[in-house]
Design a protein around this ligand. Sequence first.
Ligand SMILES: Cc1ncc(COP(=O)(O)O)c(C=O)c1O
Length: 409
Amino acid sequence: MSTIVPATIPLLDLKGEVEELYEQLHEATDRVLRSGAFIGGAEVEAFEAEAADFLGVRHAIGLNSGTDALVIALEALDVGPGDEVITSAFSFFATSEAVLRLGATPVFCDVDPVTLNLDSGLLEDLVTERTKALLPVHLFGLPAAMAEVLDVAARHGLAVVEDCAQAFGARSSDLDGRRVGGLGTLGAFSFYPTKNLGAYGDAGMLTTNDDELARAARSLRNHGSSPNDKYLHERLGHNSRLDALQAAILRVKLPMVERWNLARRAVAAEYRDAFTRAGIMGDNAVAALDWAATVEVPPVGSDGVQAPPNRPEGLKTPPNHPDHVYHQFTVTVAPRDRRRYEESLAAAGIGFSRFYPTALTSQPAGFRFGSAPVAEAAAASVLSLPMRPNLTAVDVETVTATLRQVASG
Ligand SMILES: Cc1ncc(COP(=O)(O)O)c(C=O)c1O
């Protein structure tokens, strides 16, 4: 008999969404199957036009992953060996991998302890004569401080590539409520299935208002082909085309994103209320990550017995910001408490994850450029809790009650 107990509240659950949209998905995929056109073509072009319209950009270019979107964005800007790209020290590895893949150097900017996005106040000091671009990440669905990022870019003549993988549909209230992906020079999106807008396989997209960069990106996604002659190759490119089945699925889901993002915001508000009622709400204003200096495992005494851990501190919730679209609901806890919270969640069948357990400055891939103490403290403190548009109030109460058991010692 299997001993695997299915999670009662999984971290993510795409089955509910498929159920909700089953008829439309079935019709869309059937349409593609019967069309016999599987790569590019009318379905992909229609999705690109609809996505560009939704995001308020001139060009949306379908690709086969968010990682390729980052690589192609940087290649279109001619980033290569000897160039530096300033990016956040706290993100999924793909952000820095794209820079490294092109032989350029990622220069890591430490993050703000509350937003966990790059600390825009540190940017200016990182700019050198080698800097070619800024690469902010809208981590967990919260737009980076783009007004400040654009300001530094304008002062130094730098391009800005937004990593929008986790923030489809988010708006920047500092920039007239325009959506991410249309704020910088280029925007890179991932449609990995768990994203706020996700395909049912790998997929991605680049956005830009610049006609020349759009032309370069279209060529790069298809082996560097010329727009007029597909067998004339102007440059080295990639096979990074979006397929028609994924485009058709994305077309079904795109009209739902606004409502789903609002639902995510409502779930975040429920978490905050529940944490407050349960008395486990930490104070974001108090030196957010100072506790990172505390030890994770309580010391073993001379008798070999582990001292009882201290009473856990509260859980600090993500910033309650009107632009947040909560790709993840990532709280921070004292590092010494994290394992106890995780054990309690696991015992209750509640999904969780550490997004991300290692800062980009400490990755073993060997690219340890500089240090970022706040990002490193964040990596020791983060705990992502179940988040999806259809998470119920009862689910939120169950998660909260489980966390409270630990917090009340
Ligand atoms: C911040 C960030 N950047 C880039 C990527 C890469 O996207 P993909 O998995 O579609 O290649 C992801 C996600 O997976 C991500 O979360």
